[in-house]
Design a protein around this ligand. Structure first.
Ligand code: NAD
Length: 503
């Protein structure tokens, strides 16, 4: 309790400035309100209190930001690569220096527990350092000689890009997109989610303080259907890196069609964790719980479907129910808290609506299934059992601390159930049978799979989904493939025969 009081006092020092000035946009190096003067409120899901006013950008602000990004592009594209690396490392330093402020503001703005957010802020710094080190080699290509030509490839940054981010772990996800874009030599217009605007502003300030030239990184807050849409339609913006819901992804694809936008989509998931009878069941239990109840279950890679083999299901479920009922709900800034409030009242209503859906479809609510407390957006960690694969709770992304348990008898059934959804982001497989693991992962429809492990991100590996979970990959060189254009140049080696027409 004493620690929570200390943390609340510190939070006050961090958010006072936002209460006074609001969250301003950053366009061409200048902190500015929306051109229209409009603002919207950012409210804390902890107690429904007002955090601050936020500049409500629209098409006019996006246009100014896109023009600033276009003007700054030549300078940043040609910035000496060793210097680009240093600037990006300084952004990493700045994040570390302000990590506590970022973590506290993120907890207050999103409801995420401090135990996860302090690490998320530092992960953001690592993302910048990772891509800082790769900036000098971003332009590297290949030599592909043929008998007549020396063929070489090189890469060039695509131009100003738009980055549109969601409200779940918004700080970390923003760094994930913006760091490779900058390392590639692109300039950026960032439109953060309207539910969680605060830390995007801090991040942009850190970049400015690190010496990033004006206009390289622009920030425009606003609503998706307004500022977000304008960004996807802007002719000066060459590509859109988007993280969010699958249905928004398809809207963005349509909106970007007229200007032939390149798109990279990281979308929703309904990820299976498949537990076979031969697995290390204690570790499987820990991982299954962690992957759905950490981060309030508001995570795209969460294992929201537990597929458990019937022979071990009874005992596994008993242990699961006991643990789920003991998960600590509380204030995000209390270090003991494991689950904080959901992001927003609108999302709370969505998540809790599935409690009735589960009952109507004939599933059992084995834990939770109700709100927690009278204020804020708290919900009890919830477990649905007796579910069948076709039920909505087994098909739709709920995006909260809600796990649906489905039982299976055979490996073939498990595979059919695992693949029987629209999504294909991640999969988690628990078995000590090596050949089964090889067979199963080969057929599992997911962009990322972990065997006998929770999701452990390694930055050089590709991140992304298949089916309705996304298009394209982040991470390592895959990020540069998106933010850069390939160029091929063929140099004739001698006097190869050129067809002579009209000779
Ligand atoms: P969302 O799609 O509602 O919003 C995401 C962003 O898109 C916001 O900034 C929003 O303002 C903007 N937007 C909305 N409509 C737009 C439009 N017409 N044009 C342009 N921009 C528009 O998503 P959310 O609710 O903020 O985030 C949760 C979703 O994100 C979940 O589905 C989750 O799975 C997904 N997600 C995926 C990944 C991944 O890596 N695959 C990571 C995190 C979150």
């Amino acid at each position: 309790m004493a620690e929570l009081q200390d943390n609340l006092a510190k939070l006050d020092t961090y958010v006072t400035r936002f209460r006074e000035t609001g969250v301003l946009n950053l366009i061409g190096g200048k902190s500015v309100p929306a051109a229209s003067g409009a603002t919207f409120e950012s409210v804390s899901p902890v107690d429904d209190s007002l955090i601050c006013q936020v500049s409500k950008g629209s098409a006019e602000d996006i246009d100014a930001a896109a023009k600033a990004a276009k003007t700054a592009f030549a300078e940043w594209r040609d910035f000496p690569l060793a210097e680009r690396k240093k600037v990006l490392h300084r952004i990493g330093d700045g994040i570390v220096a302000r990590a506590e402020e970022i973590a506290f503001c993120e907890c207050w703005d999103t409801g995420q527990a401090l135990r996860f957010m302090s690490k998320a802020a530092l992960r953001g710094a690592e993302n910048f350092r990772f891509f800082a080190d790769r900036a000098p080699s971003a332009r590297d290509g290949q030599t592909l000689p043929s008998p007549t030509l020396l063929n070489v490839t090189t890469r060039l940054p695509i131009g100003p890009v738009g980055v549109i981010t969601p409200w779940n772990t918004p700080f970390m996800l923003s760094t994930w997109k913006i760091a490779p874009a900058l390392a590639a030599g692109c300039t950026v217009v960032h439109k953060p989610a309207e539910f969680s605007p605060v830390t995007a502003r801090i991040l942009a300030e850190i970049a400015q303080d690190a010496g990033l030239p004006d206009g390289v990184w622009n920030l425009v807050n606003g609503f998706g259907e307004d500022a977000g849409k304008a960004l996807t339609e802007h002719p000066d913006i060459k590509a859109i890196a988007f993280v969010g819901e699958s249905k928004t992804g398809s809207m963005i694809m349509k909106q970007g069609a007229d200007t032939l936008k390149r798109v990279h989509f990281e979308l929703g998931g309904k990820n299976p964790v498949v537990v076979f009878e031969d697995a290390d069941l204690d570790r499987a239990l820990d991982a299954a719980i962690f992957m759905i109840y950490s981060l309030n279950g508001e995570r795209c890679t969460s294992s929201s479907r537990l597929l458990v083999q019937s022979s071990i299901a009874k005992e596994f479920k008993e242990k699961l129910i006991e643990r789920v009922n003991r998960i600590r709900i509380g204030h995000p800034l209390d270090p003991a808290t494991e689950i904080g409030p959901l992001i927003h009242k609108v999302h709370l209503d969505k998540v809790t609506s599935y409690f009735d859906v589960a009952k109507a479809d004939g599933a059992t609510i084995a834990a939770g299934g109700e709100r927690a407390g009278d204020t804020g957006c708290y919900v009890k960690p919830t477990l649905f059992t007796d579910a069948t694969p076709a039920m909505r709770i087994a098909q739709e992304e709920i995006f909260g601390p809600v796990l649906t348990v489905i039982e299976f008898d055979t490996e073939e059934q498990a595979l059919e159930i695992a693949n029987g959804v629209d999504y294909g982001l991640t999969g988690y497989v628990w078995t000590n049978d090596l050949t089964r693991a090889l067979r199963f992962t080969d057929k599992l429809e997911a962009g990322m799979i972990w065997v006998n492990s929770e999701n452990v991100r390694h930055l050089p590996t590709p991140f992304g989904g298949v089916k309705a979970s996304g298009i394209g990959r982040d991470g390592g060189d895959w990020s540069f493939e998106f933010y850069m254009e390939q160029k091929h140049i063929g140099f004739a080696l001698g006097q190869h025969k050129i067809p002579r027409l009209g000779a």
